[in-house]
Design a protein around this ligand. Structure first.
Ligand SMILES: [Zn+2]
Ligand SMILES: [Zn+2]
Length: 322
């Protein structure tokens, strides 16, 4: 399913099965999660060069390996995340911050992704997966990984607010509960279904983003692409608290009084992931007993899945099955 032009619906195309180049593997896709970033790619919120196959939560079986690939054999089940390649030599790569690489490739954005029957990936940026259903594992590869990096960035506090209760929040709530923390879930005002879903995942409180939580928060993570939530979250965190923006794109942040930031509160963003994040989180998810809630769509109904995500009709994560 190809995004030809920003703002247009994806188009089903028949292409020849790609061949893995040097250092690459060919994967037969068994499931690919639908992430909010895919909406930003498809809608044109993120600049891009030309047509692209979206999808960066790929689960599949290795079908062929290119020259120079070691330690990966056909038949192995792997996951492919957003970070598809790094240069290895820029100052960021050389200081364990490859998520900020100056010359990266991103799966489903600057290299073709997993809304397809097959995908080619850099073998060094794929991860063997443990047991579990293909579709259930797919959301771990971005919602889980970015959620995990966001939770780490939020610090060690107990009371954590999550703004936007979609795929990432439902995974991270389970991890945070396992760590002994309390999750306060903020949804669109009046979205009783999302609030009930948050409580079912283990949140101790759920309410609208226009409401104040019952106690001051140690930190908040904003997953919804809504800039107005930044001052709202700042108003909800304690002195010294952090507000972590977990998404790649957000509407403008409105101006706000300095007193909301005063008290050594911090606002920061989370960009991409490192392979270390992936290894860490893929180890933690089964130990934390993470169970994802997914809605399956046949690959050719990708536009429907994107529309359901855009309109907030999903509970949990959408996953495409080729
Ligand atoms: Zn680099
Ligand atoms: Zn994503």
């Amino acid at each position: 399913m190809v995004s030809q032009q920003p703002g247009e619906a994806l188009v089903l195309q028949e292409r020849e099965t790609p061949r893995p180049g040097s250092g690459e593997i060919l994967i037969k896709v068994s499931a690919c999660g639908v992430c909010r970033t895919d909406l930003h790619v498809v809608d044109g919120d993120l600049p891009r060069a030309g047509p692209i196959i979206p999808g960066h939560e790929i689960v599949g079986l290795v079908e062929a390996v290119g020259p120079g690939v070691e330690g990966v054999a056909p038949g192995l089940r792997v996951g492919v995340p957003w970070l598809g390649h790094t240069c290895g030599c820029c100052p960021y790569c050389r200081s364990a911050r490859e998520n900020l690489c100056d010359l990266p490739l991103f799966t489903g954005y600057t290299r073709d992704g997993g809304y397809a029957s097959h995908a080619v990936a850099d073998a060094r940026f794929c991860f063997p997966l443990g047991p579990g259903d293909d579709a259930a594992l797919a959301p771990l590869l971005c919602a889980g990984l970015i959620g995990w990096r966001s939770l780490r960035m939020a610090g060690e506090g107990r009371a954590i607010g999550l703004y936007g209760f979609g795929a990432a929040a439902h995974i991270i709530t389970q991890v945070a509960r396992w760590q002994g923390r309390d999750i306060f879930a903020f949804t669109r005002p009046g979205d009783g279904a999302a609030q009930a879903f948050a409580l079912a995942q283990g949140a101790v409180w759920a309410g609208g983003s226009d409401e104040a939580p019952p106690e001051a928060l140690d930190a908040a993570i904003i997953f919804a692409p809504v800039g107005a939530l930044v001052p709202a979250a700042l108003a909800a965190v304690k002195k010294g608290g952090r507000v972590v923006c977990g998404g790649i794109h957000m509407s403008d942040i409105p101006s706000f009084p300095y007193r909301l930031l005063w008290g050594e509160r911090q606002v920061l963003s989370v960009a991409n992931l490192t392979r270390q994040d992936a290894r860490e989180f893929l180890d933690i998810a089964p130990r934390a007993g993470v169970v994802t809630q997914v809605t399956r769509y046949p690959l050719e109904r990708a536009n429907e899945a994107l529309a359901d995500l855009r309109e907030g009709r999903l509970t949990g994560a959408a996953v495409l099955i080729p």
